[in-house]
Write a protein that binds this ligand. Structure first.
Ligand code: SF4
Length: 309
């Protein structure tokens, strides 16, 4: 167990140095008591992760990234969630595995890395064999990647901003582009690119990296730069998920174009560039106006599209 990592916390690039074991908080707003907003099967991830029985998602409260437009603002900014001791988390994840999910998907886990590593070790010790998935913002120091790769089979990082000024405006750190590219390179060196998956969804992905990018309203130039940066650094074989599901949240009021949804022609321009650059392992989201993508963590089932919601 590596709980000491919480003592003078440098788990993310903010390096706040907060003594979270003493109940203090840094930028992420969380102490060393692990808090979670939702645990359950989720069918809204890319088909290679959701498959037919769902991805076993764990949504942690708080976030070290803290983008003002966060689509999960109820948990990242408002800190909705319950405290989970290591034992409670282990039992909850064993129960989730028992439901037949294809993987365990740790969402925004950076500020709770010691808890994630600990529960993954215990689950492997208990005979759990399904892949573990690190679903993160990309705002991560390269050195932390091999530590997490000891337990992770799949990395699912965002690459949100190639424009340092936009990164500064959205999350307050212009280093995001260089940090994220370095972290993604390290992820690929640890687990490779996402291996081909069975399109029927019966045998979802088991290992590798897939990069996500959410297209932001009024910020197409950033998205084009994201694609060009990824192409230049990793080539067209990099698996990508280019998302159109942006919805303005209450914090986006008075934030210019962030207060509206994405226009179809903006998304089309980005998809055209994906094609021009020759990326060929790409998920796109053709639909607009699907509210199922915006979760409500105040409900038992945060995602309206999930069975039982
Ligand atoms: S994980 Fe939280 S406390 Fe630790 S350095 Fe990052 S923002 Fe600060």
């Amino acid at each position: 167990m590596d709980w000491d990592r919480y003592r003078h916390c440098t788990l993310c690039p903010r390096h706040c140095g907060a003594d979270r074991l003493a109940g203090r908080t840094g930028f992420c707003g969380e102490t060393a008591a692990c808090r979670i907003a939702s645990i359950g099967p989720h069918f809204g991830e890319e088909p290679c992760f959701s498959g037919s029985r769902g991805s076993g998602t764990v949504f942690f409260s708080g976030c070290s990234c803290g983008c003002f437009f966060c689509q999960n603002h109820q948990i990242s900014h408002e800190h909705l969630g319950d405290e989970y001791t290591p034992e409670r988390l282990f039992e909850a994840l064993l129960e989730l595995v028992g439901k037949g999910v294809h993987n365990l998907n740790f969402v925004t886990p950076d500020h709770f890395q010691p808890h994630v590593l600990e529960v993954c070790r215990r689950l492997r010790g208990a005979g759990v064999e399904i892949p573990f998935l690190y679903n993160c913002s990309g705002y991560m120091e390269r050195e932390r990647v091999p530590v997490m790769a000891e337990m992770m089979d799949i990395f699912l990082p965002d690459f949100k901003f190639a424009d340092p000024l936009l990164a500064q405006r959205c999350l307050g750190d212009p280093r995001y582009p260089e940090l994220a590219v370095a972290a993604i390179a390290e992820m690929i060196s640890c687990v490779g690119l996402l291996k081909p998956w069975d399109e029927t969804g019966e045998r979802p992905a088991r290992r590798g990296v897939l990069v996500r990018h959410l297209v932001l309203p009024g910020e197409v130039e950033n998205s084009l730069r994201v694609l060009e940066t990824l192409h230049h650094r990793f080539g067209p074989e990099l698996p990508l998920s280019v998302m159109s599901q942006y919805r303005p949240t209450p914090r986006c009021a008075n934030r210019g174009e962030f207060a509206r949804t994405l226009h179809a022609d903006e998304y089309r321009r980005v998809c055209d560039r994906v094609e021009e650059l020759g990326f060929y392992r790409v998920f796109i989201q053709p639909e607009f106006g699907d509210e199922n993508f915006l979760p409500d963590f105040a409900r038992d089932q945060p995602f309206a599209g999930n069975p039982g919601s």
